[in-house]
Write a protein that binds this ligand. Structure first.
Ligand code: GLU
Length: 504
């Protein structure tokens, strides 16, 4: 580890909610800062006035708050630091590391077209203004043309820098353009503002996505021109979709706000931390403290990370169950499967709160909102079967609607004929008239009925499960029926009989 105090930054452009890659960058920087007792700085890179989006800074802060990624300094805004950049530019002009370019956008566009036609290497500028005479400069100035300022790249040789993840990297200087440092609107470009800030903010390590790798030789040359010591660089591996192409909208949601109402922040932090970092090849579950304790740049992978939504769902399920336990029950139990007897686990009031909130958001508007008392009864039955809270309304809607919707064919499964199914349901209806609606009494009443009817228990219970819930897979049948209550169960079984009659 370097002697320097660790100071790292997250430097998003305010163009909307951060995407998964941005937020992974924020998290890695934050973990690194917290591991070393250093500082994590938030810097808003808002020098591109054309790309600025209203509300984006709030969106960035909200995303970080959600994941409890707190910053020690900032947010700094580059748009409020223009004087610093202007001073830097003057320095480079004075030392002849930069020059004024008067070329119009039209000329540049034409030049690029011609270059493309000639199939020349796609340089974005032909350096026409690099060596203007004082007379030529005077002529442009007298026409009132506002120049941009460009960096005088070395024309030959190579630039090598060390990357803490990838090792030494070398670029041919001939591949590097005379990049614009200051635009004609007086705002700096990313390159200038970024390195000036990293210098003046005394950033020790620049950790960012590897889409910025090709900018780094330019930055290194700028540091040299200023005679500044560059920070250490660590470029994070790309994030790929499951099909191994770069993660994009095609793979579904890529913006963090799409995850905010669906996943638990603890699960998201754990998941993001493993996108390009690992402790070993087996440990998957890390608390925030464990991540801080173990995080190191040495364990960042060079090869791309794959964004696996199923893994995120699985992790979310893990945290959901863990957090659903009442405080006094050992957390180890979070991974334990439902008790063989189907005895439902206890749940915390916190979990019931979250479930209430998510049902409130996710149940269709026409469905009456359940009372807390009702949700308290359902929570233990579904907690083991949820990967995300959203699934509560999606998969267990039958607890809340008047009648579940399903195809009558479902009632027959593979084994039953319409006649046997009707016979089974009618027998159940009769038996249930005098049955008390608690799980034990229901089981005592219904289990012997299967053999009385000459049906396999599994087939008979399956039939009842579909009639009462509309689903082939649901929580334990008798507990579910007890929660649904007598009136609703009888009505649903009756409806099932009618459906079968109508279908035959
Ligand atoms: N503003 C850049 C971004 O939006 C920052 C890149 C860097 O970290 O240097 O990601």
């Amino acid at each position: 580890m370097s002697e320097r105090t660790v100071r790292v930054r997250f430097a998003p452009s305010p163009t909307g909610y951060p995407h998964i890659g941005n937020i992974r960058t924020a998290l890695f920087n934050w973990l690194f800062a917290r591991h070393h007792g250093g500082a994590f700085i938030l810097r808003i890179e808002d020098t591109d006035q054309t790309r600025k989006v209203e509300g984006a800074v709030d969106a960035i802060k909200k995303s970080l708050d959600w994941l409890k990624i707190d910053w020690d300094e900032g947010p700094y805004f580059q748009s409020e630091r223009l004087q610093i950049y202007h001073r830097c530019i003057q320095r480079l002009l004075d030392s002849i590391h930069a020059y004024k370019c008067y070329c119009s956008p039209e000329r540049l566009a034409r030049m690029r077209e011609e270059m493309a036609e000639r199939k020349e290497s796609m340089r974005s500028y032909d350096r026409r203004c690099r060596d203007l005479t004082p007379e030529e400069i005077g002529r442009f100035e007298s026409q009132g043309i506002m120049p941009v300022i460009r960096f005088k790249m070395p024309l030959d040789g190579q630039t090598t820098f060390h990357d803490l993840v990838r090792g030494d990297i070398t670029f041919d200087n001939s591949e590097l353009d005379d990049i614009v440092l200051l635009k004609s609107d007086g705002y700096p470009t990313y390159h200038l503002a970024n390195i000036a800030d990293d210098h003046y903010m005394e950033i020790s390590h620049v950790m960012r996505g590897d889409e910025w790798l090709s900018s780094t030789p330019r930055h290194v040359l700028l540091y040299r021109a200023f005679d500044w010591e560059p920070p250490l660089f660590a470029h994070l591996p790309m994030i790929l979709g499951p099909d191994k192409s770069k993660l994009s909208k095609r793979h579904g949601a890529t913006s963090i706000d799409d995850y905010m109402d669906k996943y638990l922040p603890e699960a998201m932090v754990n998941f993001l931390a493993l996108l390009g970092w690992s402790l070993d090849d087996k440990t998957e579950i890390f608390s925030r403290e464990e991540l801080i304790q173990n995080f190191s740049i040495e364990r960042i992978s060079r090869s791309p990370a794959v964004f696996n939504r199923d893994k995120l769902d699985w992790m979310n399920g893990y945290y959901l169950r863990r957090d659903s336990r009442p405080q006094d029950i050992n957390n180890e139990a979070a991974t334990a499967p439902v008790d063989a007897e189907g005895i439902a686990p206890q749940v915390s009031t916190d979990f019931v709160d979250r479930l209430m909130e998510s049902l409130d958001n996710d149940l269709p508007p026409e469905v009456r909102r359940p009372t807390r008392e009702y949700v308290e009864q359902i929570a233990p039955l579904i907690v083991e079967r949820l990967k995300t809270l959203r699934e509560a309304a999606e998969n267990f809607g039958f607890f809340f609607v008047d009648e579940p919707i399903y195809e009558s064919g479902l009632l027959l499964g593979k084994q039953l004929t319409v006649e046997t199914a009707i016979r089974g349901l009618e027998a159940a209806l009769e038996r249930l008239q005098d049955t008390q609606f608690d799980a034990l009494s229901l089981e005592e009443a219904l289990r012997p009925l299967a053999s009385d009817l000459g049906l396999k228990t599994g087939d008979f219970f399956g039939l009842l499960r579909i009639a009462t819930t509309g689903r082939t897979a649901a929580p334990p049948l008798f507990e579910t029926m007890a929660v649904l209550g007598k009136e609703r169960c009888l009505k649903r079984i009756q409806t099932a009989v009618t459906k079968l009659r109508e279908s035959s």
